[in-house]
Design a protein around this ligand. Structure first.
Ligand code: LMR
Length: 394
């Protein structure tokens, strides 16, 4: 049987991890996979997470199953964190999932179960795993223009033009904040126009929000999602705790289905729990319990928010340093977009050949589409990267 297996397509992000590890050069710079690193290149366990784990260890007297949807207290905590009071709690069905990817996977399966002909509109570019999972599930992906390769901002007119093709029964996938891979984001007026377009077309929005707190702050990063959810009859939201709680390997995420039809919540909740049962039965609990503990404890929550804010400001500072170093070296403002982008990533907008040159000549590892993880930098490596970018002629 196994002889029939075909080699899966390589993952453009995860493939870099191996290449980087095998590179013996000491001065190599890892700007690949989206994991936060501090100035020492470490991905620390956040203080509040450590404290919550200790509380859990002391108080927990059973590891028996929770429920198929996960602990209801985790759902409440996540609905509050992501949606605030944008919609009544009883309009939201929610399941814990293994990470944000688990939530995306469940959402796509749900869409396919509801409408086998549904198309999912995705930004060009988008996180590669969106496309990979859609393809795996046999769901048609339709690209909409998003990144303007001249300005390195959003091609908003192109986006609106392309989204006009989405109809009722289709899904429009949007990044709630900190667009991955580009770092270019809609402003609030542009979000309003997208919301209006969705209201008019009847297409169902789906938000992927994996970097809340990494862009303009916890509340600001959720603002577009909240506005959208309040304005449309139904919506899917895939949220991740990997980055903002730094609990990547705990696989902690949540899928929410919001429906203004008050009678729909119970059915939505049952359908989501059923999906969990089919795919893995009970969702992982440890990370969810960490998040719930932090969100319910005022002191831990404040400490977590303070540490997250410091992480965010540190990344913004690196952006500013890199933009000004490149301005100094190039004598132009053409890299100013780096300071405008938000979140972990920026697409510098160069060719795959130059990305390879950066890796081979300068030991700089970024994804082939020229996405770099800003959090992989520090004050010492910013000037080295800037010089390498100028040397290869980006
Ligand atoms: C990324 O985009 O680098 C992260 O979301 C990690 C991943 O799974 O790809």
């Amino acid at each position: 049987m196994f002889e029939k297996l075909k080699q899966p397509a390589p993952d453009s992000i995860l493939g870099l991890v191996k290449l980087y590890r095998e590179d013996p050069r000491e001065n190599k710079i890892d700007l690949g996979v989206g994991v936060y690193k501090d100035a020492n290149g470490l991905t620390p366990v956040m203080r509040a997470v450590k404290a919550a784990e200790q509380q859990i260890w002391e108080a927990q007297d059973s590891k028996a199953y929770t429920s198929l949807a996960g602990d209801p207290a985790f759902a409440d905590a996540m609905v509050e964190l992501v949606l605030g009071d944008a919609v009544p709690r009883e309009t939201v069905a929610a399941i814990a999932t293994p990470g944000g990817t688990g939530a995306i996977r469940q959402a796509f399966e749900l869409i396919r179960n509801i409408n086998a002909d549904a198309r999912v509109f995705v930004s060009d570019p988008t996180w590669p795993n969106h496309l990979s999972i859609l393809d795996y599930l046999g769901i048609e992906a339709v690209s909409y223009r998003y990144f303007d390769s001249e300005t390195r901002g959003v091609d908003f007119n192109g986006m609106m033009e392309d989204l006009k093709g989405a109809k009722k029964g289709d899904v429009v996938l949007l990044h709630g904040c900190c667009h991955n891979p580009t770092g270019a984001n809609l402003n609030s007026t542009e979000w309003d126009a997208v919301i209006k377009l969705l209201q008019d077309s009847g297409a169902t929005p789906m938000i992927d929000i994996a970097y809340q707190g990494f862009g303009d702050g916890l509340e600001a990063d959720a603002a577009a999602t909240r506005k959208l959810v309040a304005a449309v009859p139904e919506c899917l939201i895939a949220a991740s705790c990997s980055k903002n709680f730094g609990i990547y390997r705990e696989r902690t995420g949540m899928l929410m289905a919001v429906s203004k039809d008050m009678g729909a919540q119970a059915l939505n909740q049952a359908a989501l729990a059923f999906l969990n049962r089919q795919n893995f039965s009970f969702p992982p609990d440890h990370g969810a319990r960490i998040v719930t503990t932090i969100m319910h404890d005022t002191a831990l929550r404040e400490d977590w928010m303070a540490e997250l804010e410091a992480v965010r400001l540190g990344m913004l500072d690196l952006r500013t340093q890199l933009a000004s170093e490149l301005q100094r070296l190039s004598g132009s403002d053409r890299f100013g977009f780096l300071a405008q982008h938000r979140g972990m990533f920026s697409r510098i907008g160069t060719t795959p050949e130059k990305v390879v040159e950066l890796r081979e000549k300068h030991g700089v590892y970024m994804v082939g589409d020229s996405r770099m993880n800003i959090a992989g930098l520090n004050t010492q490596t910013v000037p080295i990267l800037a010089q390498a970018i100028i040397d290869v002629g980006v």
